[in-house]
Design a protein around this ligand. Structure first.
Ligand code: 5GP
Length: 210
């Protein structure tokens, strides 16, 4: 079985990443969400082990010391990190794994796993982003202002990513992300195991040196 692929999705809070990722998880098979650790408190209906593993700062420090995190970063005064075991267990089962992580985490993963595909999600404009954050109203005014400020610096790094989705219409954006993931699965490098077994039926031709 071929190993799954890592797909990073980044973009400012309010760009619509969560809805986009949820959409793709609902339509494509063999794709799973990487549940990160975070020290921030659960919001709204969030449940431990589904959106995040919610831990305190001491527990997070222990994870860093045990080298249990593939990457970690401080975002909005909280720590967030990707579980190495969670991700690798899924990849060896042949599942694609989608990571919703910030620009710092994306930089680390790209360095450690250069075959990762990365997608940046932009809101249609600053005003739309502000409206979305205000409408979501899960956060207080000060938090919204901090998130908008951070968005301004984050979006400047969109050019570090392989793909760009401008999230004007959620349905269209979901289809675009599906296309990126499907296209990546069709890459020759991702299909070597299948190619070898097909070529074997042609008399055992060496797939790498036909
Ligand atoms: P939120 O608190 O809105 O769920 O997430 C805040 C930011 O943290 C988002 O930009 C999200 O992509 C990022 N984030 C979530 N999990 C991780 C993680 O494991 N690592 C890193 N580096 N960023 C994360």
């Amino acid at each position: 079985m071929s190993r799954g692929n890592l797909i990073i999705v980044s973009g400012p809070s309010g760009a619509g990443k969560s809805a986009l990722v949820a959409g793709v998880l609902g339509t494509l098979a063999h794709i799973r969400f990487s549940v990160s650790y975070t020290t921030r408190a659960p919001r709204g209906t969030e449940r431990d082990g589904i959106e995040y593993f919610f831990v305190d700062r001491d527990a997070f420090q222990s994870l860093i010391q045990e080298d249990a995190l593939l990457e970690w970063a401080e975002v909005h005064d909280n720590y967030y990190g990707t579980s190495r075991k969670f991700v690798d267990d899924l990849l060896v089962q042949g599942e694609d794994v989608i990571l919703d992580i910030d620009v710092q985490g994306a930089e680390t993963i790209r360095r450690k796993r250069p075959d990762t595909v990365s997608v940046f999600v932009l809101p249609p404009s600053y005003d739309v982003l502000r409206e979305r954050l205000e409408r979501r109203s899960l956060d207080e005014g000060l938090v919204i202002r901090q998130r908008l400020k951070r968005a301004c610096s984050e979006i400047r790094r969109y050019h570090e990513y392989d793909y760009l989705i401008v999230n004007r219409d959620l349905g269209d954006s979901i289809r675009e992300l599906e296309a990126v993931i499907s296209g990546n699965r069709c890459r020759r490098e991702s299909r070597m195991e299948s190619a070898k077994s097909v070529l074997a039926t042609f008399g055992g031709t060496d797939a790498e040196n036909p």
